[in-house]
Ligand binder design. Structure first.
Ligand code: AMP
Ligand code: ZN
Ligand code: FE
Ligand code: FE
Length: 282
């Protein structure tokens, strides 16, 4: 039987590459019976402008969150930040820098795609997969969707697998921020830094090195990991005295097999985050 308190600490909205708006995700969290939520868009906290007042009105506890893209020895790593003040200048400035990085990186990827005969323009991405929204964290999933709509590939998975996945022919990392500097930003903003889905990092040596970094938590409960394989990650977190967090990584239609709340944390971890958030606000 499911415990009565479940909080999903990892999900995406239309402010990055999710398919539900911030308001829709708050309503879905309530109708799913979740007791708490954190929205963790890629490199953006724009969702909170709409999500925070609605969550407050409807009475579902919402913890601030964001999933930062970082680079470690050339490999893309995701770091979750939680429980920082939503008006943190440090976080807002860093999100702004990421937005600029993304624009340049996306353009460079589209230029490379051009060389392979795939003509995807910025306007295509905007008009095919959503309006041009300066607040939105555009990325490869949107380019992949535009490629599908133009009939260049049968689905997004093919776009990533053949062309725009890390190391593939039309991929370029562009400017990146290191794990170290991302951790510094999160801590300067008084947030808590959590290593996202460590089980997805293929090079185990990198995981070992990342686990020596000044993290506050590890995402051990993750939708793509069978229950019996979560235990080692839980142990790692416990041994270091870190927060052992979890979430679904819900993206809506973009990843239909992952439902909101299919991976969650209990009351204790959620309340620890809530207490931290209250503490940094006081
Ligand atoms: P970006 O942040 O623009 O570099 O895009 C990375 C995002 O693309 C990831 O966070 C995933 O949400 C998504 N993604 C990565 N690999 C795939 C894949 N093989 N198929 C579909 N989506 C993917
Ligand atoms: Zn994503
Ligand atoms: Fe991620
Ligand atoms: Fe994610």
């Amino acid at each position: 039987m499911l415990p009565s308190f479940r909080a999903d600490l990892h999900c995406h909205t239309t402010c990055s590459d999710g398919s539900l708006t911030p308001e829709e995700i708050i309503r879905l969290a309530i109708s799913t019976g979740l007791s708490g939520l954190s929205i963790t868009d890629h490199d953006s906290i724009a969702a909170y402008a709409k999500a925070a007042p609605l969550a407050n009105e409807l009475g579902i506890p919402l913890i601030s969150g964001v999933e930062f893209s970082a680079s470690f020895e050339g490999v893309g790593i995701h770091l979750l930040a939680y429980a920082f003040p939503l008006d943190s200048g440090v976080i807002l400035e860093f999100c702004q820098q990421h937005a600029q990085r993304r624009i340049a990186r996306n353009r460079a990827i589209m230029e490379k795609l051009d060389e392979y005969g795939f003509f995807i323009k910025e306007e295509d991405v905007y008009s095919l997969v959503g309006s041009s929204d300066a607040q939105k964290s555009w990325g490869r999933p949107h380019i992949a969707q535009a490629m599908v709509k133009k009939g260049y590939v049968k689905d997004a998975a093919e776009a990533f697998y053949k062309y725009i996945g890390e190391g593939k022919c039309a991929y370029t990392a562009g400017k990146t921020f290191s794990v170290q500097e991302t951790l510094e930003v999160i801590h300067a903003a008084k947030g808590l830094a959590v290593l996202a889905h460590p089980m997805l990092i293929e090079k185990k040596r990198l995981v070992k090195e990342l686990l020596r970094m000044p993290l506050d938590g590890i995402e051990a409960y993750y939708s793509r990991l069978p229950l019996d394989q979560q235990q080692p990650w839980i142990e790692i977190g416990k041994n270091r005295g870190w927060l052992v967090t979890g979430g679904s990584d819900f993206h809506g239609d973009a990843k239909p097999h992952i439902t909101l709340g299919c991976s969650w944390v209990g009351e204790e971890v959620f309340h620890q985050l809530q207490r931290h958030a209250l503490h940094v606000l006081s």
